[in-house]
Design a protein around this ligand. Structure first.
Ligand code: ADP
Ligand code: MG
Length: 707
């Protein structure tokens, strides 16, 4: 693809997707109709219909250059998985082959599941796992060095039907919220909407660096982040990168990323430079939650593959560099009906406004009751450097509503009625005791982990390399739970208006503590949150138990989203993931310190000593105090490095002998991480002293200011 070729976006958009237009054009009318019923209403697909769909899908894919198909799924590894099968069948007598792809191959796959994390769900003797076509997310042909691959989005389950992936619970949670939200809408007299779908738009942050430099740093290549590195003289303090002009090299990269995404039907919409040098963002237009989740995986993959074609490396880690901002993923979430009503949009009529207010208060309650779960849904090893580190957002879950809505809450709670709204441009609620709402009165608050932003909630805790599936599973299910309670209480109420009013007041009073509009980074907020009794779960290890609390098990089991066993297995996988990731980091540090930094420092010290000796030998009297001072300082730091290295080696050996599980994860957090910090400190100090020519790895400055 040449850099200056211009494309017609409307023409290329979705050209590699087996989308509705393609289906309509290629499938017999009856088959198309049946498939639509499956997609829209979840009706079971007959094998006859699947056979016809598979045949047409294969013909189409081959026209697009596909040689293989794959069931594309999202196991609990954090990345997608696939096994490619060529369309060829056994050779015929004449030695030629035919291309084949059956309905059975389309709807069901049987990858060997034994090497994917299952957290004990799947005994090793029962290695089978099944992938099942998620026909609500369209198939697509992906082109890369491996050729054209027809990717079929699937869910991944064990032999006994337990979810082994991100997708299955997400689809289940979408059913849960659909059922309860429809009940909720019926309460307000809506008889026309047939489905309520969670809409999601995930903003993706990433770093771009030079690939040659990336290759020179084992920490980046093995762990995705730098484990050593002194701050350059300039960081992000000048605020000159954010929304700044995109450099040409990056621009060429973004252009190709966009074009690939558009071809794959991903609505890449917004791009800009982010706060930190070398940091950027890409946001698509929102989609229904499962498609948005798939698209986010596609986005991450395209960001990486296109980078390597441009001599670049895309870093998706949450914290590639200490001392400058890390990367996250803002998960914008709302609830939309099939006929276009956004439940989080303060409407135009009084009737819509009261409904909106109740929806809002329900979500407030859900976030308060299950704040720990929301936090846990964003738990990811790299994300510990953001949440609970000194940057956005904090690890304490709170909700930002904006000045106007908070004022409404206050009035409701303190006087029982709220009759005025702080700002002008009112919308009437039509209920005597409720205030009039101003449509666009929400401010921006960048420090809040969960902010209402006009017609959607923005959940900002998710890590940049993590899947957005789990946070949406949680958002959907906890909201379904409160909707269910509301419907149970309001259905059949003699005076609905009064009952709604009482409920809003009750929920607002009980859950006001979760609302916080101030600065979420401040120490004061940490203390205030403690007074309010909000959970503060700074690390992943602290957050994981929320998945298996009795409250969580009750919630998820009552909606059939997760069984207790599935939750326990997920918690187990997370502890193990944590321990393994930190272990790789510790071992990488050991490797770099012993093979790169210690030899480099010894080399430098030797040169200093030689220099001092030579100077004195030649002059007999010259001042070599600089050499001596540096020698002393370097030797002291070198010794400190060696001591820290020994300690880290000892602790990692100890950890290796521990049994897998929570205790080992805690050991990594409490013992290994401090030991890693102790090793980093002398190395970073030495980097500031040792001759740059002798330093074995590119510096922070080289990495982030050089594109
Ligand atoms: P920002 O938060 O950076 O100002 P936008 O408001 O443009 O950005 O939206 C960010 C993301 O939110 C985009 O992916 C956008 O498509 C998505 N979004 C907008 N409206 C909704 C909605 N109703 N539900 C879910 N996502 C939405
Ligand atoms: Mg945003």
């Amino acid at each position: 693809m040449s850099e200056c070729a211009y494309v017609n976006v409307a023409e290329i958009f979705g050209e590699d997707v087996f989308n509705d237009a393609v289906m309509q054009a290629r499938l017999p009318k009856k088959v198309y109709k049946e498939l639509q019923e499956t997609i829209r209403e979840g009706k079971e697909l007959s094998i006859e219909v699947a056979d016809v769909v598979a045949h047409e899908m294969k013909e189409w894919a081959i026209e697009k250059g596909a040689t293989h198909f794959t069931h594309w799924f999202q196991p609990l590894t954090g990345v997608t998985a696939e096994k490619h099968d060529a369309f060829i069948s056994a050779p015929m007598e004449n030695g030629k082959v035919l291309m084949s792809f059956s309905g059975k191959e389309l709807i069901k796959g049987e990858p060997d599941a034994s090497s994917f994390p299952s957290g004990g769900l799947r005994a090793t003797f029962e290695a089978r796992g099944y992938t099942a076509w998620d026909c609500t997310s369209p198939a697509f042909v992906r082109h890369d060095a491996a050729g054209g691959i027809l990717c079929i989005p699937t869910a991944f389950c064990s032999y006994t039907g337990e979810a082994l992936d991100q997708k299955t619970p997400l689809l289940r949670s979408m059913e849960a919220i659909n059922a309860q939200a429809l009940r909720f809408l019926r309460l307000f007299g809506n008889t026309t909407s047939r489905r309520v779908i969670p809409s999601v738009g995930a903003e993706q942050e990433y770093f771009l660096i030079d690939r040659e430099k990336w290759l020179k740093r084992k920490d980046l290549t093995y762990t995705g982040r730098t484990l050593f590195g002194a701050m350059p003289p300039k960081g992000q303090e000048m605020d000159d990168h954010y929304f700044g002009a995109v450099r040409q090299k990056v621009g060429a990269y973004m252009k190709e990323v966009n074009e690939e995404l558009w071809r794959l039907g991903v609505t890449a919409k917004t791009q800009h430079n982010e706060v930190a040098p070398a940091q950027h963002e890409l946001a698509p237009i929102f989609m229904q939650a499962n498609i948005a989740t798939d698209h986010n995986q596609i986005i991450m993959r395209v960001l990486k593959t296109v980078a390597s074609r441009h001599g670049l490396r895309c870093l998706l880690h949450e914290k590639p560099f200490a001392g400058i901002n890390g990367s996250g993923k803002h998960n914008n979430w709302s609830l939309t009906t099939d006929d276009g009503i956004n439940l989080l949009d303060p409407g135009k009529t009084p009737h819509e406004n009261i409904q909106f207010l109740l929806v809002l208060i329900c979500i407030l309650k859900a976030a308060d009751v299950h704040g720990d779960l929301l936090r846990a849904s964003a738990a990811d090893v790299g994300n510990d450097h953001r949440l609970g580190g000194n940057e956005a957002p904090p690890a304490i879950l709170s909700v930002f509503l904006g000045e106007q809505l908070e004022d409404v809450l206050e009035q409701l709670i303190h006087t029982g009625t709220a009759t005025s709204s702080k700002k002008g441009g009112k919308l009437l609620t039509g209920v005597r005791t409720l205030p009039d709402l101003n449509k666009d009165a929400t401010d921006r608050n960048r420090t809040s982990p969960f902010a209402f932003t006009g017609n959607k909630f923005e959940f900002r805790m998710v890590g940049s390399q993590d899947s957005i599936a789990l946070c949406n599973v949680v958002l959907n299910t906890i909201t379904a739970e409160v909707f269910r309670e509301v419907c149970d209480r309001l259905e059949g109420a003699p005076d609905l208006e009064l009952a709604i009013h009482d409920l809003i007041k009750e929920f607002a009073t009980e859950h006001q503590r979760i609302v916080f509009n101030g600065n979420g980074y401040s120490k004061e907020w940490e203390e205030e949150a403690k007074r309010r009794g909000l959970p503060d779960l700074p690390s992943m290890v602290d957050a994981i138990p929320a998945l298996t609390s009795e409250k969580a098990v009750r919630l998820f089991e009552s909606f059939g989203v997760f069984t207790r066993a599935e939750l326990e297995s997920r918690a187990e996988i997370q502890y193990e993931t944590y321990a393994k990731a930190i272990n790789v980091e510790a071992r990488t540090m050991i490797d770099m310190a012993s093979k790169q930094f210690i030899p480099a420092v010894i080399h430098y010290i030797t040169r200093l000593a030689d220099s001092a000796k030579t100077v004195q030998a030649v002059t007999g009297e010259a001042d070599v105090s600089v050499q001596v001072e540096l020698l002393k300082k370097c030797s002291r730091l070198l010794a400190e490095m060696q001591t820290a290295l020994k300690e880290l080696e000892k602790l990692t050996a100890q950890a290796a002998s521990m049994e897998e599980g929570r205790n080992r994860a805690i050991f990594y957090r409490e013992q290994i991480i401090p030991a890693m910090e102790a090793l980093r400190s002398p190395v970073d100090q030495l980097e500031m002293i040792v001759d740059k020519e002798m330093w074995p790895v590119p510096s922070y400055g080289d990495l982030i200011f050089d594109l």
